[in-house]
Design a protein around this ligand. Sequence first.
Ligand code: HEM
Ligand code: HEM
Length: 232
Amino acid sequence: MTAEQKALYNRVYVWEFPVRLYHWLNGITVTLLIISGFLIGNPIRLFYANEAYQQYWFGTVRFIHFVSAYIFFFNFLVRIYWGFVGNTFARWSNFIPLKKKQWREIGQVLKVDILLADPSERMSVGHNSLAGFVYFLTFLAFAFQSLTGFALYSANSTSFFPRLFTWVIPLFGGDMAVRQWHHVFMWFFIVFIIIHLYLVFYHDYIEGRGTTSSMVGGWKFEKDEDLKNSND
Ligand code: HEM
Ligand code: HEM
């Protein structure tokens, strides 16, 4: 690569440390919640020489679910706060498409992601408008999962925090219904993660701006249009 080609790219600090920390804590806890939740919903039969009451493996599965749930929930609250005080790429305005420009970008990204069109127009350096909107829906699903999860937990606990969610049970028409909704939403996250990983790697490839590693170091690489035009 020549010196001029190198100069075509600028480094942009996109994801601040709190966003990156949030992302990985969230990724780890959601993965643990899916695995442990799946086992709670579909317990496997383990054959041991000792009696059921002498084993504690299912208690450990539930313990993992609840510890992950608390970390997941408070981490989520920090991200909500950071949407008000973080840098321009972390703010809520990226997630809720209120501007015409954002809807245009949603159309453009749909063509790229579904029809595999060439990304002829430059995409936002932060989340593109479609990604931002999908993350917003994901945040709503996180809120739903927290409400239903702590409501289920309140039946096991006398402590102050879960007791704040007891009202959710009658709203849904009972424990069974809450548990079923909580189960159904797990599938939203499984599908989200599969598509998310595919799109992160796909956009990394087609945009060539360091999408994947940006969630590790925080940097993306932006073409300097003026320089590019003068060199074309
Ligand atoms: C992405 C987040 C989460 C996922 C994917 C998830 C998934 C699941 C699943 C699949 C079940 C089994 C439901 C069934 O089929 O019976 C479950 C149970 C449960 N979850 Fe979650 N969950 C999440 C977050 C939470 C949170 C934030 C809490 C809050 C404490 C929580 C508390 C519970 C409780 C109390 C149960 C019932 C446990 C039992 O009766 O043994 N979950 N979860
Ligand atoms: C190896 C695994 C993963 C990689 C490499 C990865 C990478 C990324 C990258 C690069 C972005 C920013 C994309 C953009 O430019 O718009 C992002 C955002 C995001 N990812 Fe992941 N991700 C991974 C796993 C997960 C998992 C398991 C979840 C769990 C649900 C998740 C949830 C999210 C969310 C909610 C955002 C929006 C972040 C924010 O602005 O707060 N990711 N991810």
